[in-house]
Design a binder for this molecule. Sequence first.
Ligand SMILES: [Zn+2]
Length: 499
Amino acid sequence: MSSSLIHGKYIIGRVIDNDRAEVIENGAIFQRDGKIVEIGAYEDLSGRHQPDEVLGDGSHVVVPGFVNAHHHVGVTPVQLGCPDSPLELWIPHRLAARSVDPYLDTLYSAFEMIESGVTTVQHLNTHCFGPVEPCAKNAEAILRAYRDIGMRVSFSFLIHDQNHLVYEADDEFVKRLPDELGRRMSEFLATLHITAEDQLQLFEDMHARYSGDPFTRIQLAPANLHWNSDSLLEKFAEYSERFDVPMHMHLVETAYQKEYARRRTDSTAVQHLHKFDLLGGKMTLGHGVWLTDTDMDLIAETGTNVCHCPSSNLRLRSGIAPVNQLAERGIRIAIGIDEAGINDDRDMLQEMRLALNLHRREPGHDTVVPTHCQLLRMATENSAMTTPFGAEIGVLEPGRAADMTLMRWEQIAAPYLDAEVPVVRALLHRAKTSCVDTVIVGGKPVYRDGRFTRVDKEAVLEELAASLSGPRTSVEEQRRQIARDVYGHVEAFYRDYLG
Ligand SMILES: [Zn+2]
């Protein structure tokens, strides 16, 4: 049994509607064994409870821990030599990147997430390729990193069975390559081969292993329409139902993906998913930049979620998601930083601020744009609902997990802030990672006074640097060469794709 009382100048329990949040001034949260027992006035709670520990001295603003609803890797593509470019051309660049130790890689971005107040992450592991055993070991290393640092994680593999190079069958694409490159590419693809059955079995094994784990959950991630055949799409609804897990699927991230869906289905990607019973509250569509009005109506009707990834959509020149139109329809919108935000890191405070401002681009006094409260809800309650943790997290109220972030209010408000500025507005415009003081997951501080409590950050970063200091391995070198050689052919494939 361990308990604590968290004392804040302001406690933001939850967002009530687009313009209001529950804020308790000089408030406190009493938690026991990781669950919130009571929330209310500090004077009242401190008189009635004898906690093992008091966290916060009444000078912080306390918010529900943020949930990064779309995350892939630690060391960023730019760090690995892969320039920002349109998504379809970014894929071969990505192929050229060297391999990073999965444990250290995961800790690297976990540092950045926690430093910006994130307590839970939707970790969408990049495609699982090749033999099952190394894929499983890789996943275990990732989950060990989250466990060691103390973060909550929903984990999934991007499940795929086709079109790995371009929006076309691998064989068809390889057939048109010059002989020698075609041969090398075939050999390379053979080393990556893994069946959809093996990927689903891996999901089942991991799901069983982590069943009942309070901090780690396993869910499904159909990779994207072009990466999934219809026979694979057929399986997901049944799996999601049988294992009672949500799904997160990249969808219509680019205009090219929209065109791919038209060519393949003579409709839209969203309409196609609907035929496979894949829309609904269990499904979150990642990106959704190129949704049509009819798609959005269908998404609203079925209660499907959308995960907004504003930085990624800008950096990979995918476009700007129709967030105002989604919000107008009452669709639940989550928010994810994807590979990295516009500062090439995982800063949820900045990602929220980017989203807040990005959708103000639509001019006009009457245009409805996301409010501060909506953004806060996206990064907490809404994102939580796209993970298997659902209503266990995302809001500060009795019965929910004690996951929260304490930020220094003086720093947000200094040197002056008009007393009438609502707390949430001030937070959304002014809070920086330097204001984040303490991050609590399941009642335990994983970050306190600006330091990680369970992992030595400096030592991990040194080890990470050392692990990448040597020359590329021969496998990495071969992969880089093949990625370079194929680049022009990928570019040519898309040249007239949009017509
Ligand atoms: Zn993604």
